[in-house]
Design a protein around this ligand. Structure first.
Ligand code: NAD
Length: 495
């Protein structure tokens, strides 16, 4: 049950200007500059964040390296690190409303989802990796009796973390929690349109007992702060979530600097495939609606291509239209809103451009296609469905990252697989069928990091998330995520 009164009491609290958090202290940007934070709810000025520079990244990287080399965190026993991370999880839970409302004011996600997916999920991640870290062992190699071969996992050193504006806490914690658990220090750069909640988490981390300099946050523009992190010679690993466009740049920065490992969680154009033998058409419709429109489609695994088998197409699209038009778009802090705001005016503009492109390419607008709730002053878009989409259209190939669904028809399994695999992306997929054999064939043939069967979305912290093709490399979540933040070291001992 959502506490509406609590949300209302936090909704308009004045916010003081925010600064970087470096070496355990708040610091203004070196050049003294700041960026305005505008709320997508109503277009109103909220506060400012520090407009960081390469000099700020340098300070943060030095603080992180100093903390790492001094061993203030890395050399603490795993059980001690666990205590801090579990305490941080508790603090996040204690401050869940404050953090969720702060995040929603900054990025526009509907509050019901934000409470679960942001503080809720972040707390879960800190607890999961905190609890895990004193239960992981190294290995002893099967050597001859005259030698001992040890296989050790050590922290890599300083990790650069760059995250996007959708679900900044959930995605941030998927990287920060495992990186901290194994003993690394971090330089974190949140998105310029969603920095506030992550800055708050970093403050809570200090309160939980994380030593100063272990988690540093530098805010500002991607092209400045992000680039400086990418190029920094003293950052050992880069963990990124965002667009393929920026992911490519990070690989270049790595090549131009210290060849740091670059782990990329990128975009998607995920196919949600409904066969005529779907066990429950209404459930498939509801999941298709939820799978694209929650958080206004600003979800990396959004089922943005709906592939429907020809024989059920008309019935499905009728139900889809009805389900979509039932959604209430409005203030993300109103628990009755099904869909909140688009993160920024720029992103709203991009979404609307895709509507024009789709119409020009001959797709049929079923519903939506326009800006809405304009009186609020915020950035809202009506959930939009296009039918008669062909696989070669831009609307079927490019990630919109907004509430825009493309419906494509197929006939039979082979056709479904061909269309599903026909984009550069490979993040997620859904398959709806009553046939166990078909479900397994589809799981094998669809080139995506995850395939959902008779559901869409979900998957808890125990299951890795990563992309194939241009959706990225490496994995967030689960114990597999620890591999990104640990260096395998061996010792060969003569006995
Ligand atoms: P973006 O790539 O524009 O920005 C992501 C981050 O990179 C931001 O912090 C930004 O400031 C920074 N950045 C921008 N330019 C940079 C540069 N030149 N050098 C270094 N950093 C730079 O992405 P976005 O618009 O914030 O987020 C949307 C994208 O994120 C979508 O493509 C979405 O699919 C993807 N995403 C992927 C996942 C996943 O797990 N695969 C999850 C969420 C979002």
């Amino acid at each position: 049950m959502i506490d509406s009164a609590r949300i209302a009491s936090l909704a308009d609290t004045p916010l003081s200007p925010r600064q970087h958090l470096i070496g355990g202290s708040h610091r203004p940007a070196e050049g003294g500059g700041s960026l305005d934070v505008v709320s997508p709810r109503n277009g109103e000025f909220l506060t400012t964040i520090a407009n960081g520079s390469a000099a700020d990244v340098g300070l943060a990287a030095r603080a992180a390296r100093r903390a790492f080399d001094a061993g203030v965190w890395a050399n603490q026993p795993p059980a001690a690190r666990k205590k801090v991370l579990v305490r941080l999880a508790e603090l996040i839970e204690e401050h869940a409303y404050e953090i969720a409302v702060l995040g929603v004011r900054d990025n526009g996600t509907e509050i019901g989802m934000a409470l679960k997916a942001e503080p809720g999920s972040a707390a879960g991640s800190f607890r999961y990796y905190g609890e895990a870290i004193d239960k992981i062992y190294g290995e002893v190699a099967p050597t001859d009796p005259g030698h001992l071969g040890l296989i050790l996992k050590q922290p890599v050193g300083v990790v650069g973390v760059i995250v996007p504006w959708n679900f900044p806490l959930m995605i941030g914690a998927w990287k920060i929690a495992p990186a901290l658990a194994v003993g690394n220090s971090i330089v974190l750069k949140p998105s310029e349109t969603a920095s506030l909640a992550l800055l708050r988490i970093a403050e809570l981390a200090l309160e939980a007992g994380l030593p100063e300099g272990v988690l540093n946050v530098v805010t500002g523009k991607g092209s400045v702060v992000g680039e400086a992190i990418g190029l920094h010679n003293d950052i050992d690993v880069l963990a990124f979530t965002g667009s393929a466009f920026v992911g490519r740049k990070l690989l270049e920065y790595s090549a131009q600097s210290n060849i740091k490992h670059v782990y990329l969680e990128l975009g998607g154009k995920s196919p949600n495939i409904v066969f005529s033998d779907t066990p429950d058409i209404d459930k498939a419709v509801a999941a298709a609606v939820n799978g694209i429109f929650r958080n206004s489609g600003q979800v990396c695994v959004a089922g943005s291509r709906l592939l429907v088998e020809e024989s059920i197409h008309d019935e499905f699209v009728d139900k889809l239209k009805a389900g979509t038009e039932k959604l209430k778009v409005g203030d993300p802090l109103d628990p009755d809103s099904d869909i909140g705001a688009i993160n920024s005016e720029v992103q709203l503009g991009k979404n609307l451009e895709y509507v024009t492109v789709a119409e020009q390419e001959g797709a049929k607008l079923v519903t939506g296609g326009k800006r809405t709730c304009q009186d609020s002053g915020g950035y809202y878009m009506a959930p939009t469905v296009f039918d008669d989409v062909r696989s070669d259209m831009r609307i079927a190939q490019e990630e919109v990252f907004g509430p825009v669904l493309s419906v494509l028809q197929f006939e039979g399994e082979e056709d479904a697989v061909r269309i599903a695999n026909s984009t550069d992306y490979g993040l997620a997929a859904g398959v709806w069928t009553s046939s166990l054999g078909r479900a397994h064939r589809m799981i094998r043939q669809i080139r995506s990091g995850v395939v959902h069967v008779n559901c869409y979305g979900g998957a808890d912290i125990t299951v890795p998330l990563g992309g194939m093709k241009q959706s990225g490399n490496g994995h967030d979540k689960s114990l597999h995520a620890l591999d990104k933040y640990t260096a395998l070291k061996t010792a060969w001992i003569s006995l």
